[in-house]
Design a protein around this ligand. Sequence first.
Ligand SMILES: *Cc1c(COP(=O)(O)O)cnc(C)c1O
Length: 376
Amino acid sequence: MKKIQMVDLRSQYLNIKTEIDKGIQEVIDACAFINGPAVQTFQKNLEQYLGVKHVIPCANGTDALQVAMMALNLKPGDEVITTSFTFIATAEVIALLKLTPVLVDVDPDTFNIDPRAIERAITPKTKAIVPVHLFGQTAPMEEIMEIAGKHNLHVIEDNCQAIGSDYIFKDQERKKAGTIGHIGCTSFFPSKNLGCYGDGGAIFTNDDELARQMRVVVNHGMTVRYYHDYVGVNSRLDSIQAAILNVKLGHLDEYAAKRRLAADFYDNAFANNPRLKTPCRFTRSTHVFHQYTLETRNVDRKALIEYLASKDIPAMIYYPVPLHMQKAYLDPRYKPGDFPVTEHLCETVFSLPMHTELDTEQLAHITQSVVEFLNQ
Ligand SMILES: *Cc1c(COP(=O)(O)O)cnc(C)c1O
């Protein structure tokens, strides 16, 4: 059996090697390393794929979030509402810009931000909401946009984990995750659903003025060459990474289908197991399974992960610590117990290998080993 990995980038590369190598070689032959044609082509292709007016490539997903907040001209002390169950980057940029992160709990089934909790957290200082489309499904954007509209707030979607996912509105209209709020952000970190071979990111918007502003921010706040009207940052997508992304974007839907097949295999194997709760499929979103995350019930999670490791099966905990209990983010406004759903998930969830190259033999070994541990 092929060695099981959380993400098997090498096997995926070998299947697209000819296209990838050609794309990289073209950039080197042209020596167009910064903002070369590959970047422009990728920008256009991604705009078309997402059905969004503007894609602004940048250096990584964390920068994408930071640039979005800078472009909205948020001021120190402005409150930004986000989820307590996410990767740290979301809260990190809020803190770096001296904005005030306001955390809210998540839905116990989808693990995504709970719109009712958002509404309760709004104050006169609230300026923006940052929903995270966690593990590959879109947060309830229709409700979130309604709340934002009512209170005149901006919505920045952290779409680092759900690129390619469709949000399905009540009238059945579909939009791509990341294109529903005022701004969407994504990461092309290698292990993301659309990953490059280094760092990369992008920002999406349908708003011409915000797009103009964000293009200025990513380029040192420069309006006319060497005239700087704003304090900006340097955040670019490298041309070689863009060439790789151009190839992988062509495979993105096929990759999502492969992830779904692996998820179906897991779902079937664990169906009706009283000690495991398989991922909920939110009716308003397609699932692109960035992660396959199970909730355990009365299971010694540490022992389970150790047992799997003894069978050469990796497993991870996303995420072990809620944001409000991270040392760097301890805040007198929050204490343990404030976000019971998040705290419960941090104690009980674990994620199994999920990528585009899992074969039936590997999936059978993984599921049999999990069941074996639970039955012992
Ligand atoms: C990966 C990720 C980020 C950060 O992306 P980088 O490209 O690593 O900076 C931000 N938010 C979420 C939810 C992520 O999963």
